[in-house]
Design a binder for this molecule. Structure first.
Ligand code: MG
Length: 292
């Protein structure tokens, strides 16, 4: 069973084995500063890739830019060489998962085409701490149903993050995600989950994208989570391709994925994987709300 551990969304059966009894590591203020630094760095990479996505671009080109940005900033691409027991090492800096691919897609030299959607998942390690983020990006003009899937996936991520206050429970996160996704009839991927994060990409707890309020572990200040809903237009079932990594929807339907690394503070959730500009905008909109 341990052979199934993966990188983007963590394989849920494996996480249960790995983390079932494991302590959740609360971060010190010093650790949190390092989590902020790596979070901002990986967010800059994500936004650079978002700006590149258009018809004609290949995922190998995206991967090359991501790897260069990570290394130039003095960080290590966390995914490269990631090798759970019994698995082949993951070869790329990013997971590039197009259309019916959910997570863990390999980069290749196929040109993206108008109407595709592409999930880009990436992580790097800086000063011993990991930042992990993902987003799903439209390639040119996409169908209304694909656009809605992406929008709702981002909304479920935001709703999940809103639950991350001290004394709430991990089950509250999954509940918030599930409740919103089910309004649209989307399949919620259950085979892969979010996770704690820090010095390791995958720490306890496992964070499912479905659940009941008031269940699972109690959330405390200092915890850092990677929350990552994966939603399908069709059913929730998954299948892994012969490359041993790429996970696709069993029914061939489109899938979207969104992920942030967050820290739980006494004042609620702090999203770590925002760029400098995004943090500035967030601050401005918060002070506007306060002034109104
Ligand atoms: Mg992750």
């Amino acid at each position: 069973m341990l052979s199934g551990s993966r990188i983007g969304g963590l394989l849920s059966s494996t996480a249960e084995l790995l983390f079932g009894k494991r302590m959740i590591i609360a971060k010190s203020q010093k650790d949190l500063d390092k989590m902020r630094a790596v979070g901002e760095l990986i967010a800059e990479v994500r936004e650079a890739l978002r700006a590149m996505v258009k018809p004609g671009v290949t995922t190998l080109e995206l991967n090359a830019v991501a790897e260069k940005m990570m290394r130039d900033a003095g960080s290590i691409p966390t995914f490269i060489g990631y090798k759970p027991r019994g698995m082949v090492p993951f070869p790329y800096a990013i997971c590039a998962s197009t259309n019916d691919a959910i997570v863990h897609g390999f980069s290749n030299d196929t040109q993206l085409k108008e109407g595709d959607i592409i999930s880009l998942d990436m992580a790097c390690t800086l000063n011993g701490f990991v930042g992990d983020t993902a987003t799903t990006i439209p390639v040119g003009k996409i169908s209304d149903e694909a656009a809605q899937l992406i929008r709702v996936t981002e909304e479920t991520l935001a709703l999940g993050i809103e639950q991350c206050w001290p004394n709430k429970r991990v089950g509250d996160i999954g509940w918030a995600i599930q409740t919103h996704a089910e309004k649209y009839g989307y399949g919620i991927v259950r085979d892969y989950t979010g996770h704690g994060i820090g010095r390791s990409m995958h720490e306890a707890p496992q964070i499912p994208n479905h659940g009941r309020q008031g269940t699972r572990e109690k959330i405390r200040a200092g915890y850092c989570f990677a929350i990552e809903p994966m939603l399908n237009l069709g059913g929730p079932e998954t299948r892994t391709l012969d490359d041993k990594w790429t996970v696709v929807t069993e029914d061939g339907s489109l899938s979207a994925h969104a992920e942030h690394t967050i820290a739980v503070t006494e004042n609620g959730p702090e999203i770590l994987t925002l760029t400098k500009d995004q943090k500035r905008e967030l601050k401005a909109s918060k002070s506007e709300t306060a002034a109104a």
